[in-house]
Design a protein around this ligand. Structure first.
Ligand SMILES: Cc1cc2nc3c(=O)[nH]c(=O)nc-3n(C[C@H](O)[C@H](O)[C@H](O)COP(=O)(O)OP(=O)(O)OC[C@H]3O[C@@H](n4cnc5c(N)ncnc54)[C@H](O)[C@@H]3O)c2cc1C
Length: 453
């Protein structure tokens, strides 16, 4: 079926104004696409939630999209990482297993590794989007489902205070997160099972205000530093770093999901109990105990960590999934949002190269996107899971060997068992320039495809 006009005239509907959806709208607008509609069920961005690590592969894209400077103003450079063991038999350990210097990251990759606030990342993307007249926002508008897949996607959306209505578009990009409705429908359409996996793990998130921390010299050092610190114990850990110009210390954990925590909300504010949290970490070192005790009752968040079995495809017709909708990950590599934003940047690269506007051509472009992204996302999702298993080892030979590797890494500066902090893994993740690769490989991948339409 032939569509009239240029690719940039195509009508694009984006579901979800999360990290992937926002970046997708911005990247497409920057490429000159003129008709971009974003449907988000929340009434505003409301990303009050948590801290986030902004790795060089993410900062590279934000810089090119012209929104890094505003985010950078509130972010903190990460110059070192410290992995510590806790929960020793005498309960007193805060022993450093390894220390990784990261002060060369900016020079090596051309972009820094920072920590920031989720609200700052979402806000920076949104402010940049608002400068693009081609993007129309539909907040408080829930995507209810895909009514027609081909030749042109037709979806139903329901405004909070109004009746549901249908819209038709040329391209549908679904960034509706880990509980994606679009994914469920797409898989049903091809007869594939949709299997959300409960990882058996949950995460607490707490945020400590700077003023409270300053009274304790050992804790003050953490908020004043440029360090990401991870404390590990059997089946559990905490990772922590300063955010919001060092006014807040962000701490998030992983532990067995014994309280059957709720799935994350869009704002990452699902409530947890302070008493339960203190019980779960009662054998962690006194430093951790003192910090956990600082959080006021009612300000503990806990949510379930969920992933999904790998999908047979992310694309159907002119519909594509992105971000957590197609490759949700455990947080142990701190790359979930970065991967969603990489997807968005690659989508804009491939769609802007569409040689014509037929549905067949758009389908092929979306398949090129999937080809460009699948190995990378699968590798990182698997690595995050295996790194988590290593971090959470209990007493025994495997743990003893792991700890030897941690100690050796202190000298050699490589092969750190906590893959997030390992310079060799960082090189693989951070040097990947997804936009450049998309540009270089588009023609070859496009030619190699036979569209199923
Ligand atoms: C504990 C933890 C720590 C993390 N730390 C990091 C980190 O340091 N670095 C990092 O890069 N990543 C991190 N992540 C991962 C990251 O937050 C996610 O991978 C990322 O937010 C995924 O982006 P997304 O756009 O795919 O989905 P989301 O950001 O979840 O956005 C989905 C959006 O779709 C909307 N939506 C859903 N359904 C509908 C519907 N039916 N209609 C309309 N709108 C809908 C939602 O309201 C939401 O706004 C962490 C995750 C966890 C759990």
């Amino acid at each position: 079926m032939k569509m009239d006009g240029q690719a940039t005239d195509l009508r694009i509907a984006i579901v979800g104004a999360g990290m992937g959806g926002l970046a997708c709208a911005l990247a497409l607008a920057k490429k000159g696409f003129k008709h971009i509609d974003v449907f988000e069920m929340a009434s505003d961005l409301g990303f009050v939630g948590a801290g986030i690590q902004l790795a060089p592969n993410l900062v590279r894209i934000l810089t090119r999209l012209g929104c890094w400077d505003s985010i950078d103003g509130e972010s903190t450079d990460v110059l070192e990482a410290s992995i510590r063991v806790t929960a020793s038999e005498d309960g007193a350990s805060n022993q450093e297993l390894t220390h990784v210097t990261m002060n060369n990251i900016r020079k090596k990759y051309g972009y820094p590794h920072c920590t920031g606030h989720r609200a700052s990342l979402a806000g920076g993307l949104y402010e940049a989007c608002k400068r693009e007249s081609s993007i129309t926002w539909h907040f408080g508008c829930t995507f209810e489902g895909i009514d027609q897949f081909v030749p042109k996607p037709t979806i139903s959306v329901k405004p909070r205070n109004g009746d549901a209505y249908q819209i038709q578009c040329d391209i549908l990009l679904a960034g509706d997160g880990v509980k994606s409705r679009a994914r469920t429908q797409l898989l049903a359409r091809i007869g594939a099972p949709g299997v959300v996996e409960d990882t058996g793990q949950a995460a607490y998130r707490i945020m400590l205000p700077r003023e409270k921390m300053l009274a304790d010299p050992e804790i003050a050092e953490l908020i004043n530093g440029n360090q990401v610190t991870r404390w590990i114990g059997e089946k559990r850990h905490w990772i922590a770093y300063p955010v919001a110009g060092k006014t807040i210390y962000n701490m998030s954990s992983t532990q067995p999901d014994t309280h059957f925590a709720a799935a994350p909300t869009a704002t990452y504010t699902t409530k947890g109990s302070k008493k339960d949290m203190l019980d779960v970490f009662s054998d962690f070192c006194p430093l951790i105990q003192r910090m956990l005790d600082m959080v006021p009752d009612g300000e503990v968040c806990e949510w379930k960590l969920r992933v999904h079995k790998p999908l047979p495809t992310w694309v159907y017709g002119t519909i594509a999934l992105l971000g957590d909708a197609c490759h949700p990950t455990l947080p142990h590599l701190n790359q979930g949002a970065a991967l969603a934003i990489e997807d968005a940047a690659v989508l804009a690269e491939v769609l802007s190269r569409a040689p014509d506007t037929t549905t067949k051509t758009i389908n092929k472009c979306l398949k090129v996107y999937e080809l460009l992204r699948k190995d990378r996302t699968t590798t990182l999702v698997d690595l995050a899971a295996s790194s988590g298993r290593t971090l959470h080892l209990g007493e025994g030979q495997a743990k003893a060997e792991r700890d030897k590797l941690f100690m050796a890494a202190k000298q050699s500066g490589k092969d750190v068992p906590d893959k997030w902090a390992s310079p060799d893994v960082q090189e693989m993740i951070y040097s990947h320039d997804c936009m450049k690769i998309a540009g270089e490989r588009f023609d070859e991948l496009y030619q190699g495809l036979d569209s199923e339409g």
